[in-house]
Ligand binder design. Structure first.
Ligand code: ADP
Ligand code: MG
Length: 383
């Protein structure tokens, strides 16, 4: 089932005269495709939970509509929407067994949806098998690890056979190893059930690794939507470029001059070659780009975008080399760099001399992005 958000907005009014309130979600207008795992990604407070709660029906939008396929569900109460919810704190009932916890939502069904005890047990076991907790059905939550408790919570969300599965930072309470394991599990469960799943996280690596699509958000405003790789390769603004990737993108204060991208005194790249990246090049776009003329910009270069080259145009002060096996990290400085040290990841064979004071680099065009200094929007070659 696909989910369509139309101008979806949530405003929380201020409580006092000096408190202007906050627009937690600002005119969200996009489609979450059917049967996919979609990551809602952004820093704390950007409106992820509010979005999820509105989709579930637990929070009422200030304006805008929500559609499940073609059905407008905006005014339908949560229990009738067919959503399964999983939160960060698993919120299991401590005095109940795993089986009783998983069965619990079925006991609340009314009218012709009511089930016999046997039917409930059968469904609970089925959901337990799906999350691989079926051997522990008689334990109580305190006899389970955090990862196992979260599986029970997922089984409980699945037992009513929801139309959509909503997960709000489901891995945040787990330690690093369990977090990795459980995210693989969630991916498997989503594939097996084919359920449209929305997964909220502030962790870009988590979102990138698990999602078919990511929705990047900032201050209640959707920034970009796409496959993790396409958003990483084609960030539409500086925020998105900086939010995705470890180590993060290297940002320099730069300038466009005579058709070249300058960092300091060094012309590192011809602007025309960035434009060439654009697949369906349109003349009106060309004019727009041309009119940018000479101006100050931000230049972002991904860590893997540097190539050591004795003739390279970018001169960096060499601080050190960190060996990682196949690759090395070259740690360097530049007066126009925004931050402490430039981190570039290069092939261990590329022969950077660690004893030198300087290292010269060339830049891969597909890894260099130019942003407007004021709006921070991407300037060239945006797809
Ligand atoms: P996230 O889940 O991305 O961390 P939230 O959706 O929880 O963000 O919050 C988005 C914004 O809305 C924040 O500024 C938060 O303080 C505010 N907010 C969330 N819930 C409420 C509420 N019930 N009342 C007032 N403000 C709220
Ligand atoms: Mg939240």
């Amino acid at each position: 089932m696909k989910i369509t958000l139309k101008e979806l907005t949530k405003r929380f009014p201020g409580r006092t005269r000096n408190d202007a309130g906050v627009t937690a979600v600002d005119r969200f207008d996009f489609v979450i495709p059917s049967g996919k795992l979609v990551g809602l990604l952004g820093p704390s407070g950007c409106g992820k939970s509010t979005t999820l709660l509105m989709i579930s029906g637990l929070e009422k939008p200030t304006s805008g509509r929500i559609f499940f396929d073609e059905e407008d569900v905006t005014d339908i109460p949560p229990e009738e929407r067919g959503v399964g919810l999983v939160f960060q704190n698993y919120a299991l009932y401590p005095h109940m067994t795993v089986e009783q916890n998983i069965m619990f939502p079925l006991g609340n069904l009314k009218g012709d949806k009511r089930m016999s005890k046997e039917e409930m047990k059968r469904r609970a076991l089925e959901a337990g098998k799906l999350v691989q907790i079926d051997a522990l059905m008689n334990r109580r939550p305190k006899e389970l690890s955090g990862g196992q408790q979260q599986r029970v919570a997922i089984a409980r969300a699945l037992v009513k056979m929801p139309r959509v599965l909503l997960m709000d930072e489901p891995l945040s309470n787990l330690d690093a190893r369990l977090r990795l394991q459980t995210r693989v599990e969630i991916r498997r469960i989503q594939r097996e059930t084919g359920l449209t799943t929305i997964f909220v996280t502030h962790d870009q690596e988590e979102a990138m690794s698990i999602s078919d699509f990511i929705v990047v958000m900032k201050d209640g405003v959707m920034q970009q939507i796409g496959s993790p790789q396409s958003v990483y390769d084609d960030p539409h603004n500086l925020f998105v470029a900086k939010f995705l990737g470890t180590p993060p993108i290297n940002v320099f204060a730069g300038r466009i001059k005579d058709g070249q991208v300058y960092i300091g005194e060094n012309a590192v790249f011809p602007v025309a070659e960035l434009d060439d990246e654009k697949p369906d090049f349109e003349p009106e776009d060309a004019q727009e780009m041309g009119s940018a003329g000479d101006c100050d910009v931000w230049v972002g270069i991904r860590p893997e975008g540097f190539l050591p080259d004795p003739e390279g145009p970018l001169v960096l002060g060499l601080k050190g080399i960190e060996v990682m096996g196949r690759d090395i990290t070259v740690v360097s400085t530049h007066p126009d760099f925004q931050g402490d040290t430039v981190r570039s990841i290069i092939d261990a064979q590329s022969g950077v001399d660690a004893t030198k004071a300087e290292v010269r680099m060339r830049v891969r065009p597909s890894k260099l992005f130019v942003f407007d200094k004021n709006t921070e929007e991407r300037l060239y070659g945006r797809k």
